[in-house]
Design a protein around this ligand. Sequence first.
Ligand SMILES: C[S@@+](CC[C@H](N)C(=O)[O-])C[C@H]1O[C@@H](n2cnc3c(N)ncnc32)[C@H](O)[C@@H]1O
Length: 295
Amino acid sequence: MGIAASSATHGAARPIMDDAEFERWVRLLESRTGVIVPPERKPFLETGLRRRMRETGHTEFRRYYDELLDGARGAMEWAALVDHLTVHETHFFRHMPSLNLIRDEWLPQWLAGVPADRSLHALSVGCSTGEEAYTLAMVLDAALSGFEPQRLFGITATDVSQPALAMARQALYPMHRLAEIPPNYREHAIETVDGEQFRIVEKLRRRVGFACVNLLHASRAPLRKLDLIFCQNVLIYFARERRGELLDALARLLQPNGLLVLGPGEASNWTHPQLVRTGGRQTLAYLRTTKEIPA
Ligand SMILES: C[S@@+](CC[C@H](N)C(=O)[O-])C[C@H]1O[C@@H](n2cnc3c(N)ncnc32)[C@H](O)[C@@H]1O
């Protein structure tokens, strides 16, 4: 590891990352989050690290690495850094076929199989800045409105990035993102704030709780048994060998008749004794059979 000459534009020393240094960071990120960074993504890792190191006044990758491993202070710094090393791209209504499956096929069946006063509990895994969770809230709210007695639902949305979760809790989005929300949902889901931003309405915000949970530790998290688990565009960043065990852990959180929805192609070879594939070819979803798995 070395320090390059001062850059002409920023006037600051620019740390250089050799292959051994890159390997160390890749191993650290994978062991702590499951996310793998292939060699072609080295610039992404370097850029994220440099950005955070500039904020904290670090000039050497090695010293910064050592500090990250150093007790409680290191743990606090890791919590800030992980946001710079993970991809947060997300959209409202990102994968329509999955949402249609939930609304048109799974939900009517699920409702028919539970008592009228039973509320629905969903989980959005790797929720980033909240769009996925609020999308689920919009879809469930619209589908469940009009039932008598009222059908309630709650969504827990989790991510490893605290800054992303802070933005999700605010539920404020720039106006141009409104185009992602189908017009028929907008009236009951958003309120404009100042011409430049809109906010998810309180009625829906109340249905969503955000929590910092590392997917690697999901089986240890105090999550209740769930009826719907939505996990899209997260596992693609994980090593293939690891995806199966993480999905097994998510499957254990599912109630009988519960639905697990992944992104198409994210784990197509995975199977589970209590889960059956459901939905068409445009989706990758699994239904938990009614058999209870002994704890
Ligand atoms: C590309 S975003 C996907 C957001 C959303 N699920 C969607 O499909 O639009 C991936 C998210 O996964 C989160 N993530 C990465 N590793 C994680 C882990 N080990 N535990 C929980 N979340 C993680 C990242 O912080 C990021 O916000």
